[in-house]
Design a protein around this ligand. Structure first.
Ligand SMILES: Cc1ncc(COP(=O)(O)O)c(C=O)c1O
Length: 409
């Protein structure tokens, strides 16, 4: 829970969940004996915990809050991170997982423990789409994919056995938005759990729980850790849901975060607000530059008035993020040539890194997908996705411009 007195994003990102008593934390209790508390959260790089006697050990099994038993059940470093995440996303509590997909699968398996039906946004991150469309069908879970940019389509797809509405906003790679408030109203009316992947927006742009969402997910591999060194995920929500996830799907399917990765993520989050502000400033400048370049057919960026949902973006997002998608005029040849010409921007998947990352889905991540399927889902041949980094914006523009200038106009 947030501290009523200190609610600045940077203050929270730095102090929440750590040792200062101003945030609701048990952190200080972890320190035994001597005075002097480590300023950085300590890393507890161990798989198991020891007890003085069987009585003590037995009570830790019965009341898990009274002690640590085994790192797959819980670890102090994981828990510091989880306290911080809960504050940042305004959730009651949180759970850290081994990857974004670990968090997504754990959340879905928890919400759908007794089976049921999902209404999901049609343009989801590809592995999430595959999980819903293939893997979860083995457990009798069915998904209807809809264009959730229209909340009426979400409502129309609801069936008596619908348990989950699953959303992303902005989406990958076309940066479409969903009206989070409208979709959560529908979920509440039908008594359905609403889940959103907030990886692209981060809590610096939107805090979906304040808009009525039940469960927020993150790939912390991206902006939250920000260092490109970690694969990690998070689930934030109500205590009852997170407890069920922790004691069930997380523990038994085993997508548990390692203490080292939890610690590396804890080193990243304090700079998230500063980094995200710079990602957004750089992205706005670059989106404006791209829109004026003759080799570019169109640009999608939620902060540009040309974005089809610009009004919703202004209403729902504090900041417009660091992701930009463009269509190059000369299609596939232009996409391939462009990424090959880049000098300081890196050809790489992933996003939210300090470095600017660029990918051309048609020749790389989506090259195995038949052209007509790609076109239908909007992954056109000339589509290029940018994750704008923290380099000096003028230098990023110089690099992009020199690569664009080699293309037909
Ligand atoms: C929006 C989104 N959600 C989830 C994931 C999966 O995260 P991870 O790679 O940490 O499992 C990704 C990965 O790119 C993503 O872009």
């Amino acid at each position: 829970m947030a501290n009523k007195k200190y609610q600045g994003k940077s203050t929270e990102a730095i102090h929440a969940g750590e040792t200062l008593p101003i945030f609701p934390t048990e952190g200080q209790k972890e320190q035994a004996g001597k005075t002097g508390i480590p300023l950085l959260p300590p890393i507890h790089q161990n798989s198991t915990f020891q007890f003085h006697n069987t009585e003590e050990c037995a009570s830790a099994f019965i009341d898990e809050d009274s002690g640590y038993v085994y790192t797959r059940w819980g670890n102090p470093t994981q828990e510091i991170l989880e306290r911080k995440l809960a504050v940042l996303e305004r959730g009651e509590t949180a759970l850290a997982a081994a990857s974004g997909m670990g968090a997504i699968s754990t959340a879905l398996l928890t919400a759908l423990a007794e089976g049921g039906h999902v209404v999901a946004m049609e343009t989801l991150y590809s592995a999430t789409y595959n999980l819903l469309n293939d893997d979860l069908t083995q457990f009798g879970i069915e998904t209807t994919f809809v264009d959730a940019t229209d909340p009426n389509k979400v409502e129309s797809a609801i069936r008596p056995d619908t348990k989950v509405i699953y959303l992303e906003s902005p989406t990958n790679p076309l940066l479409k938005l969903v009206d989070i408030n409208a979709c959560t109203e529908i979920a509440k009316t039908h008594n359905i759990t609403s889940i959103i992947d907030n990886t692209f927006a981060t809590p610096c742009s939107q805090q979906p729980i304040t808009l009525g969402i039940d469960v927020v997910l993150h790939s912390m591999t991206k902006y939250l850790s920000g260092n490109g060194a970690v694969v990690a995920g998070a689930i934030i929500g109500e205590k009852a849901f997170i407890e069920r996830a922790k004691k069930g799907a997380l523990r038994n399917f085993g997508a548990v975060i390692s203490p080292f990765n939890a610690w590396l993520t804890l080193l990243g989050i304090p700079t998230l607000p500063l980094r995200f502000a710079r990602h957004c400033e750089n992205a706005m400048r670059i989106a404006t530059f791209l829109e004026a370049h003759p080799a570019v057919a169109w640009v999608r960026y939620p902060g540009l008035p040309s974005h089809p949902q610009y009004d919703l973006a202004k209403r729902q997002m504090n900041r417009f993020g660091g992701m930009i998608t463009v269509e190059l005029k000369d299609g596939r040849a232009a996409g391939e040539k462009f990424v090959n010409q880049l000098e300081i921007c890196s050809l790489a998947v992933s996003l939210g890194d300090v470095r600017t990352l660029v990918c051309h889905p048609a020749s790389t991540t989506h090259s195995h997908v038949p052209t007509e399927v790609r076109q239908k889902t909007g992954i056109t041949d000339g589509l290029v996705r940018f994750s704008i980094g923290l380099e000096d914006v003028e230098d990023i523009i110089v690099d992009i411009e020199q690569a664009l200038n080699t293309l037909p106009k």
